[in-house]
Design a protein around this ligand. Sequence first.
Ligand SMILES: [Zn+2]
Length: 331
Amino acid sequence: MSFIDFTLGKISEAEFVAQFPKHLKLECWAPGVLYLPGESQFSLVLSAGIHGNETAPVLVLNEIVARIIGQVLTPKHACLFILGHPQALAKAVRYCDTNLNRLFCGQHLRVAACIESMRAALLELCVARFFQLHDAKQKLHWDCHCAIRDSFYRRFAVVPVAKSPCIDITHRPLSSQLNKLQQAGIQAAVLSQLATNTFSYASYIQYGAQAATLELGKALPWAQNNMLDHQIFQDYLISLLSLDEVKGEAEVSHELQLFTIAQQINKYHDDFMLAFAADAANFSCFQQGEVLAKEAEKEYCVQANQEWILFPNAKVENGARALLTLTPYVS
Ligand SMILES: [Zn+2]
């Protein structure tokens, strides 16, 4: 009777809680939302399954919660564990009505009511309550996903670094998070100055949390995941939860490739098409002048000496982002 079973409604909250050891202060805030208090100067939100077909990180969080319930793991920090989208997870689909990961920062109030808008509202309330309870602490939110397409860097992170009058963004928290990401087996980080409505961006911009959207390999059905591929990540999360002091202040070594966003290419016309293979991997590299996409009379070309592509998708609705390009980050 696991966290996944509780999230999917296969067991009741009472049945799930009945397994908890008496002294364990784990609280169910909602289906798929578990809170564990902690007294350290660090608070941690770990979420997965915001897209219901991205199963591997859900299995990682499920294992971590099982170890906490089994008293094999005793976190030192306040934690909020979230399995993001129960209905989509039950159907093993990316979403039911619309993309949940575009509805945070209050965006759920500006779309027609649907399964995802209600879930986004609930998750925002849970995160707000959590960070209000642990306001004085160093905050971290890692929202864990899997990518739809192949990727030159199998495990990468999108890290918001947008400027905000509400947030004092100094170099130190960024380097601290990059170091944690590297220790967690992340191979590349895209430092994004773009404002978005993703779950991790909301924690960054609203609460000043170190935050990242993690892409942890390719999205696979439940039974097809090789969890050995996720061992380094799972082991790092366990050590992060277990340590008295949150490590990760050391210099970032060369092994984490850093990128920044060069171009955001939006689709405006129905005839929008990408100029490269539909299955081109994330982080494929193109040279200056090469055409990346076309629509109507317009061509979108590589502007820097080289640009690397990320999240290409010609099937988005008009007005939406169809492609990002990257250049190396220079601090
Ligand atoms: Zn995803």
